[in-house]
Design a protein around this ligand. Structure first.
Ligand code: GTP
Length: 363
């Protein structure tokens, strides 16, 4: 997977390769479930039809495999963790394949069953672990076919050679196909990731933009409530910013906005989500913080800002202040109402003389 830039602000890391990678995850999950379903049907049919002729240890092994497949499928559905369960299931299937080669299966036709393994192993386990799984199966099968007699059935010479050659060819071409599919997929995923990050970044300040909140943060908070709720919204507005623009020019105004963003980054926690919400309006989301604690954070920040001098040139410098509205959000459905309420608090702060923080509650 492409590496993420470690110097990125933390909100940008929330837009990660996982969030643009869903088709690949679905492909692997779909292959995994198809494989588990076929394995379950096959193994169950074998046990039901042949339990009276199978040796007891074989029947027990097949039943244990069946139960393990089911447990793995349930575990994956609950947790979404595919790698470990896929490795376990493919490991068991590899052992069943080895057992088949050893016993020969019905009329010594076992070798045909092995041909599916490289395809499924690469598409479910990925390139590296798939390579290990298929190599193990190939080595153990060759040992059983060409190695010393340890009780395994005997296959004809032509059958052994044809199987080995065709298995190696399937292995090779599946590996090549998977390698280049994976490479081009990762390049596309990386490009999509950069475009997505760019589309959610405010070009002037480098903070998140308003779209980030609606299209990324809210769905994320909804899917992982324990990481974010309750959170507090701070709506901040620079005081008399029009005066700065009018007195010093638009470029100086831009510089002030950039400096203000730098203060946000340096004074607040990296896990806080800082957004340029409008022209000289900013939103900060403080995850897992109630409004009392958030009021303290906001007021400390307001005070810090009022002591800073922003330099543009040797002669052009200014001080700024900001007004802040604070509202706590307990669940996702409250968000829009909370932003509206924070806006009212901000309006009240402006009317109270600016350079102050006002906290409000939802009705
Ligand atoms: N330089 C610069 N100015 C901007 C930008 N976006 C908005 N503005 C300006 O910000 C100013 C906001 O003015 P007002 O809405 O009157 O607010 P204010 O002067 O800060 O007054 P209060 O909010 O009441 O304290 C306007 O002059 C906008 O043109 C920007 O990206 N860069």
């Amino acid at each position: 997977m492409p590496e993420q830039n470690t110097s990125q602000p933390s909100w940008l890391k929330l837009i990660n390769i996982e969030s643009v990678y869903s088709a690949e995850k679905q492909r692997r999950a779909f292959t995994f479930f198809t494989m588990i379903s076929i394995a379950l049907v096959l193994v169950t049919t074998l046990v039901v039809l042949n339990y009276h002729i199978y040796a007891k240890p074989l029947t027990v092994m097949l039943v244990v495999s069946d139960i393990t497949f089911l447990v793995c499928a349930i575990y994956f559905m609950r947790t979404g963790h595919l790698n470990a369960v896929a490795a376990l299931v493919l490991g068991i299937i590899c052992m069943l394949c080895v057992a088949l080669v050893y016993t020969g299966g019905k009329e010594n036709t076992a070798l045909y069953w092995l041909m599916f393994y490289p395809v499924v192993a690469f598409s479910t386990l990925g390139l590296r672990i798939g390579l290990i799984g298929v190599s193990v199966l190939l080595c153990v099968s060759c040992f059983l076919l060409y190695g010393p007699d340890i009780g395994q059935v005997k296959y004809g010479y032509a059958e052994k050679v044809r199987f080995s050659a065709s298995f190696i060819l399937v292995f090779l071409f599946t590996f090549i196909g998977e390698y280049f599919r994976n490479k081009s997929h990762m390049e596309i995923a990386h490009m999509t990731l950069l475009q997505k990050q760019d589309a959610h970044t405010d070009q002037l300040t480098g903070l998140a933009n308003r779209r980030f909140i609606t299209s990324h943060f809210l769905p994320l908070a909804k899917s992982r409530p324990e990481q974010y709720f309750p959170f507090t919204v701070l709506l901040m507005d620079l005081d008399n910013f029009k005066y700065i623009n009018d007195s010093f020019g638009h470029d100086f105004g831009d510089h002030v906005l950039i400096e203000f963003s730098t203060f946000l980054e340096s004074q607040l926690r990296s896990s806080d989500i800082k957004v340029r919400y409008g022209g000289e309006e900013f939103m900060v989301i403080l995850p897992r913080i109630d409004s009392d604690a958030a009021f303290y954070v906001a007021d400390k920040f307001r005070e810090y800002i009022s002591t800073q001098t922003i330099m543009f040139t040797q002669t052009q410098k200014t001080t700024i202040t900001c007004s802040i509205g604070v509202v706590q959000v307990n669940k996702i459905s409250e968000f829009n109402q909370a932003v509206k309420r924070a806006d009212e608090c901000l309006y009240d702060a402006k009317h109270a003389g600016r350079n102050c923080v006002i906290a409000g509650e939802l009705a």
